[in-house]
Design a protein around this ligand. Structure first.
Ligand code: DQQ
Length: 542
């Protein structure tokens, strides 16, 4: 089936068919990774009876689909089981808090527990008899109150959970506390709020080590960690995060920066990436992030394909040494899918040149390039970068997009004649007091088809004035390209649907359009094998 479908992915997580959106309750339990997701089992479009589908894995790459974990069945979730999270209670007892759309179409929070804790696949879930445990408080709209996080406990031993909400035009995050996980009390003041943003969805709240790339359990609160609040603004369809200081006895999270609504706000990903959720993987001491990647073709295309929605390859996430932003990198397990490899070393790329990376399956590949840079002083000057929107800078028409250092990077999912190409590239700028790298994913020429969303994405990140090399990695899989700049300092996820550059007709190139030459100090590209993702019984057991 996969072979007939040029856009269905080979190693990204997908349900067998139909609609998928948010990642839910990822966790590691007794040697098994669990992944739940928002799913419409009846159609390739969103629906009014959303359920929790459930899959398990031993490596976060190969998956077994199990029966649905939660389906609408009770007055408190009869109109859908919406997003939520898992918490592992003491004694290795996983539980799920999720949002139910009740018989009045109000949003309420419910608890579910595994029927049989000795089943490592946790196939069956029981809804708690006291559901709904939390109904909308006065300060929020009854139909905009959802997506409980993984709970954490404070120094007083009480559990805390936060929930996304809206009141008027204000986006809110509401905090609840509980001693027994069943009876919850609302905190009088919101945990976080922003004016004129409307609803906040899928909050996530977790600590990160200041001096280590290791992950840390959600309840840890001491001087070696900082905290991250992630929120998803429905109106923007982006995931923003705030680094800050959290003190549980004051119930106070103070973000380092305020939300500005401009390109200065920090995001996990500057492309398609929404409603993300992280978990602490204590098997490998890392924090892992999942994100939903939606389609950019038409609903009619989705219906014809019979599916819609992807998940990113899970990413390890940690705090950068600067303390100012998070870093992300695809989990190491994806490298087990690497097959035949092509390498290029020490190759000079003159301005205006293009080099084909041949010998791999370019429609299904993992590429890592390290570019050696000229002296950064030769970069173009941007007098006032705060006046420039990087996404607009990336969207300049191709012909007028040339520079000094860059644009240079990859042309992925390109046709042989380059009429179709997705350019993922860097351009280096200097400003009166710092150096900046612009990272772009240009979709304007990604397909000859007209009816697609071809918005171009981009972001700036700071670079050291003495930087000698910069890396770019792209995971290419049929209709998705996940790109990571400078070791994970910035990431951009793209959905593209080329007409020509599919299957064996997809090509991969490295290019340089700047006037300065750059050197490919090292390029490794691998054909990627197909992941084993299938129904229980149809594939090898994990
Ligand atoms: N998707 C869920 C909601 C959540 C939204 C419904 C975010 O719980 O707020 O499928 O994509």
């Amino acid at each position: 089936v996969t072979d007939e479908q040029p856009y269905r992915t080979s190693y990204h997580f997908q349900p067998p068919q139909n609609w998928m959106n948010d990642p839910n309750a990822p966790m590691y339990y007794k040697g098994v990774y669990h992944f739940f997701y928002q799913h419409n089992p009846y159609a390739a479009t969103f629906g009014d009876k959303i359920i929790w589908a459930h899959s398990v894995s031993s490596d976060l790459i190969n998956w077994i689909h199990l029966n649905n974990a939660l389906e609408p069945s009770e007055p408190y979730d009869i109109n859908s089981c919406w997003s939520g999270s898992a918490t592992i209670l003491p004694g290795e007892k996983p539980v799920i808090l999720y949002t139910g759309i009740d018989h009045n179409k109000h949003q309420v929070q419910n608890l579910a527990t595994p029927k049989n804790l000795s089943d490592p696949f946790l196939r069956e879930w029981t809804k708690h008899p006291q559901n709904p445990l939390i109904t909308p408080p006065n300060e929020v709209e009854e139909d905009e109150f959802r997506d409980p996080t993984t709970a954490w406990h404070g120094k007083d031993g009480k559990w805390r959970v936060i929930i996304g909400a809206q009141k008027g035009d204000e986006g809110k995050v509401i905090l609840y506390q509980s001693e027994d996980f069943v009876n919850w009390t609302v905190s009088p003041k919101p945990f976080f709020a922003t004016d004129n943003t409307r609803v906040i969805e899928c909050p996530d709240f977790f600590p990160v080590y200041i001096n280590s790339t290791n992950g840390v359990d959600t309840s840890v609160e001491n001087s070696s960690v900082r905290h991250v609040l992630k929120i998803s603004y429905q109106s923007k369809q982006h995931d923003y995060y705030f680094l800050g200081k959290y003190v549980s006895d004051k119930e106070n999270f103070v973000p380092d920066e305020k939300f500005t609504g401009t390109s200065k706000d920090l995001r996990f990903d500057y492309g398609k990436f929404y409603a993300s959720k992280s978990f602490f993987d204590y098997a490998k001491n890392r924090r892992i992030l999942w994100g939903w990647v939606n389609e950019s073709d038409t609903t009619q295309d989705d219906i014809e394909k019979g599916w819609a929605g992807l998940q990113t390859i899970p990413r390890k996430v940690w705090l950068d040494k600067s303390g100012k932003r998070l870093m992300q990198w695809p989990i190491e397990e994806v490298e087990n899918l690497r097959g035949s490899k092509i390498s290029i070393t020490g190759k000079k790329l003159e301005g205006g040149s293009t080099l084909e990376v041949s010998g791999i399956t370019a429609s299904q590949a993992d590429v890592e390039v390290l570019f050696e840079l000229p002296d950064l002083e030769s970069g173009e000057l941007l007098e006032d970068p705060s006046e420039v929107d990087p996404q607009l800078l990336c969207s300049k028409p191709y012909a007028s997009r040339n520079g000094q250092i860059g644009p240079f990077g990859l042309l992925a999912l390109a046709s042989k004649d380059l009429t179709e190409q997705t350019a993922v590239f860097f351009q280096i700028y200097k400003t009166p007091n710092r150096h900046l790298c612009l990272m772009c994913s240009d979709h304007s020429r990604s397909s000859l088809r007209q009816d697609l969303d071809k918005t171009t994405y981009g972001t700036f990140f700071d670079i050291d004035p003495n930087l000698k090399e910069i890396s770019l990695r792209s995971l290419i899989d049929k209709s998705i390209i996940e790109s990571f700049g400078d070791g994970g300092r910035a990431s951009i996820t793209s959905r593209v649907y080329p007409l020509l550059a599919i299957k064996r007709d997809a090509h991969l190139y490295v290019f340089n359009n700047g006037s300065q030459s750059v050197i490919i100090s090292k390029l490794n590209a691998w054909s990627m094998k197909q992941a084993e993702i299938g129904l229980e019984g149809s594939i090898r057991c994990a």
